[in-house]
Design a protein around this ligand. Structure first.
Ligand SMILES: [Zn+2]
Length: 241
């Protein structure tokens, strides 16, 4: 599946096949610029997908550079096969007309890429639909929240996410992301302040709207919230499993 960004025909998207059950939609691979073009997040090591990316690059005068938003396999595993230089930059670096913004949280090495005209390639910081995930290994909710606020300060009119559809109202989406996580934290803190110390009871209360079969995933999200509160000195020491 291929498409052009709304209002930005210089940006194309090719959707990689779904690599696994955790990813509702396959990774979005983006092509930016021409003569040569830049590929952002080539996706998994899938021959058919990489062939499509190569063909689209040829139509743009060749592939000059592959940029990664972070090192997770569903974004990065196909990179070496494209035969161009692969870069996962540090914040502040400029490559191929794009500025990297350090946005740790989903992964410690996560960056977003900004064009000079209001487009953000957001990787897994912001998704086209649903909620992104702060994994227990290498993720940090405190860093993630700081990264959302950093992006809120940038003049962005379009987000090209790592998964899911274009985000044409970035300010609303970012506000929704921040508010959703602040709501969870408020509910968690309210239960803790009342004296609740059992983690299953905290989960059932603060995530009461989440269906039973999704509670194991919610438990990981709660762990990320508790780690954030602990890093801020706001988590009690006597929590029970
Ligand atoms: Zn990821």
């Amino acid at each position: 599946m291929t498409g052009k960004a709304p209002g930005h025909p210089e940006i194309a998207r090719i959707v990689a096949p779904n690599p696994g059950p955790m990813t509702l939609e396959g990774t979005n691979t983006y092509l930016y610029g021409s003569q040569p073009c830049v590929v952002i997040d080539p996706g998994p090591d899938d021959a058919g997908h990489l062939d499509a990316v190569r063909a689209a690059s040829e139509e743009r005068g060749g592939l000059g550079l592959v940029l990664l938003t972070h090192s997770h396999g569903d974004h990065a595993d196909g990179a070496e096969r494209l035969g161009a230089e692969v870069v996962l930059p540090a914040g502040g670096d400029e490559h191929g007309g794009l500025r990297a913004l350090a946005t740790p949280g989903h992964a410690a090495d996560h960056v977003c890429f900004l064009t000079g005209d209001g487009v953000c390639f957001s990787g897994d910081l912001v998704l086209g639909e649903g909620s992104t995930f702060v994994p227990p290994d290498g993720g940090s909710l405190a860093a993630y929240m700081d990264s959302l606020r950093l992006l809120q300060a940038e003049p962005i009119e379009l987000i090209c996410p790592g998964h899911g559809p274009w985000v044409t109202d970035p300010a609303a989406k970012l506000a929704e992301y921040v508010e959703h996580r602040e709501m969870r934290e408020r509910r968690l803190l309210a239960a803790l302040e009342r004296g609740e110390r059992s983690k299953p009871a905290l989960l059932a209360e603060a995530w009461s709207d989440v269906p039973e079969q999704l509670r194991p995933a919610a438990a990981l999200v709660m762990d990320a919230h508790l780690a954030k509160l602990e890093s801020e000195g706001r988590a009690p020491a006597d929590l029970r499993d």
